[in-house]
Design a protein around this ligand. Sequence first.
Ligand code: FRU
Length: 494
Amino acid sequence: MVSQILKEARNYEETEGTQIPADKRPLFHLTPYIGWMNDPNGFSQYNGSYHLFYQYYPYKKKWGPMHWGHAVTKDLLKWEFLPAAIAPDTEPDSGGCFSGSALSMDNGKHLLLYTGVVKLNDMDEDTFLQTQCLAEGDGVDYVKYEGNPVIGMKDIPEGLSKYDFRDPKMWREKDGTYRCVVGGCTNDKKGRILYFRSENAYDWKFVSVLAENDGSLGTMWECPDFFELDGKYVLLTSPQDVRQDKKYNCGNIVVAMIGTFDEETGIFHKETEQLVDAGIDFYATQTLLAEDGRRIMSAWMQNWDSIVHTIRSLRWFGQMVLPRELSVKDGKLIQKPVRELEKMRRNPVIAKDVLVENMVELDGVKGRTIDLTVRIRPESYSSYRKLEIRLASDGNVYTSLIYRPAECTLEFDRSNSGTRRATSHTRKCSVAENNGEIKLRIIMDRYSVEVFVNDGEQTLSNVIYTYQEADRISFVNHNGRALIDVEKYDLSFD
Ligand code: FRU
């Protein structure tokens, strides 16, 4: 039943993946079993566990013919690897199994809907014909549907490309029928989000174009997701090749469009649009609706343009973000670390009204697997211009978070983190004006820093590879006097 190609991947995981010591991975962020990982796929609950699959090439720390890696968890923090789920081993996916989604079905099966790609060899650049395929399984082994593809060339609306048609995200409606959104693109590279319906998840019908790129927001729109949340509809997508403007940085980004939706006509009316994460390493979001009602989001904590930032000594490449609980408030997407994280908190250190003039370090405020909340405000009658928090520091190497109250900006800077790669290591975003006050929740794992600003109004996700002994934290005031409240926990499963 298991193809030779999948068997090989599973054997490789068994012999090589199991050799990676636990402390050479993040503590609570998912990495690939071995080799390369990109987008989260098939994020779902099935038989009492959360399943998260991922775009996967086990044999190198490089993108290659895509498999789906597979992990499960009960708490979204402690991950357990399962054998690779699917491999490029049938005709419609001979070039790779690209991104897709999963659902738990009434017949007890776990159903995967993914993009099968067929590589064309006569082009300079890799070009793939793309269709949507199904595989059905029991949570470990999956069998590809003989009728694949279930959404094929003939279903692509007129004028759209056969080479950019991917990343189906499906869900089930209350009436038991199914929906999916798929990323599409015009032949002149303007992204489209396509909406499909199905009675049974096998026969799909195109309904409408949910959203379209008029040419001002990148090219192809990848990895769409669409759901109702707090009385609004949210469309998430990852536009490629965005040009810098006042609103967005250049490169591949993730945006959320929030608005209203008419299910009858399939028309989505966008009211607001925003960047989802202002950090360096964030792409390809995927959400699930948990059985307890939470809308939880995963994403690749990496970006295509930042993949040069790596180190040789690790045998894996790519991580997922800490899963986040989403909500919508005043037309804005709010993100919070999943509440399960609070169970990992150990050794609280609380300090209030600490005056920061020049440089301050606090007893017990250090570490590389921590949950740290810092509230910053001006000391009365005086103000300050630039307050820096140095993380993962040994005095010489450090990663900075810099708040400039007058400018209302927050900057992340890992240029001094020990990296030797000449790529962009800084990101700056605007934050709410609030009389020089800001609240930052900083979640650090061994190889990452995720920042949640003002209770999730903004986030910045970033990878760092600073050696683990660099664990000091300091607060540096470059000009003036500020007060901080600090609440810090070590994060641990023990
Ligand atoms: C996004 C993406 C998807 C595609 C996958 C291939 O990062 O380009 O559109 O399905 O990666 O690995």
